[in-house]
Design a protein around this ligand. Sequence first.
Ligand code: NAD
Length: 498
Amino acid sequence: MSLPDYEDWKKLAQEFTHQTRAFIGGKYVDALSGKTYETINPATEKMTAHVAACDGHDVDAAVKSARSAFNAGHWSRMAPRDRGAILQKLAALVQEHGDQIALMECLNVGKPIMEARMADVGLSSAALKWYGEAIDKVTDEIIATPDNVRATITREPIGVVGVVVPWNFPLMMACWKIAPALATGNSVIVKPAEQTPQSILKLAELALEAGIPEGVFNVVTGHGAEAGAAIGLHNDIDCLTFTGSTAVGKKFLEYSGRSNMKTVWLECGGKNPNIVMADCPDMDKAVMNAAMNAFFNQGEVCAAASRLLVQDSIKDEFLERVAAIGKTRVPGDPLDPETNLGAIVDKGQFDRVNGYIAKGKEEGANLILGGNTTTVNDCGYYINPTIFGNVTADMTIAREEIFGPVLSAISFKEVEEAIDIANDSPYGLAGAIWTSDINIAHKAARDLQVGAVSINSYSSADIALPFGGYKQSGIGVDKSLHAIDKYTNMKSTWLELG
Ligand code: NAD
């Protein structure tokens, strides 16, 4: 099957009808208040849709629907193998509707269509499939007891799970949570980011088609401070799983304390160190990875390689080569399959990233590449790939998460200094080291205070590996069988035989 070309995508975009309503109890519904808000295409700056602005009343309706579906047991008590088969069918439906879903992510996020088609669609479908295949292989435990006792440890679905997600990979971030939550028998209420409701609304419809009973999968669209907070504060939601900024993650901990003490799982920000030693075994690969992982998805990636730590002796040449690759990331129309750098998601984020670029210049970092904005067809929120050299560890651009195509390069003398700089951060999501020295590689893997370390590579994308942060990057993990712990209660049963 051949993929659409540029003209096809433009035509599909023109014909595209945006879904504008929430999804509760198996139906698309307006917000009870009748209120809507606008979504904007960041590449054109034009309004794309009026979407239901849900509030606490809609969240209440979604919780009632989720709870009654859970209690009915059609999903929560279904045999894991049957639930798994339905999730695998859903994964196939996501692929089948891949062009449409990719278009939704492209129009809402401003990301290049081919990246949306390959990464967002492909990895969302892969997550659903993986948990669908895995769930009937998860077993419970029986423990060693005296002969007259049988004691078991069993897992049960936790109940109603609130899922609040960001805009950078709208469907994929949601699927990393929805897939294990559904696989274990829970009902879910998903709140997409304001900017990006479409793909998750589509998934809800496909879930019904795949065989997930009405009320198990609900989507509440709207603003964080209203719909998001109402989910966090709801007394009949048992578990809250969030991906987004550290500041909002902390709010969810508060919401939990102020309501029913629901469990809270957080995947938050990152300022990830990518350490390159002079004895790096493959400099070409390291250069390519340093650039690609700083600028992929416009740098709007929590695990972006946003802090480059390069050993002094190779610093100048290495940065020159990274800049040369950076120049090949050229802002373009996200609908063009040739585009490799899209628009920034919205005006607010565009201003925020530009603010950090101004701060970098003001604090005396050396601007090696970019540092300016551009337009495509005279519009759009585009920022050129930007590299700052001579960054010191105390500068704002070395410490704060920028979430844009901005790379801050810091030099160091010895590996110990690099590790100290790397760990001097409130974040601890991901990190990498490039070296030929096996001792240095192992020590760095041990000493870096991050949830995911790469050695002579920059990626831990495999769905079978846990992904989660140390420190203020989060609590708990997405992906892997370990994510199942988040969505299950553990029950001990002690039976004395008569
Ligand atoms: P955000 O925190 O502003 O929003 C995330 C979600 O929270 C959205 O759905 C939003 O509507 C909601 N929200 C906002 N304010 C709220 C409030 N007061 N109460 C309840 N809900 C609220 O984040 P964003 O701008 O959408 O995404 C960017 C952030 O996400 C970055 O910090 C990035 O690092 C992080 N992120 C982390 C990971 C990870 O896996 N660690 C992955 C992707 C993105």
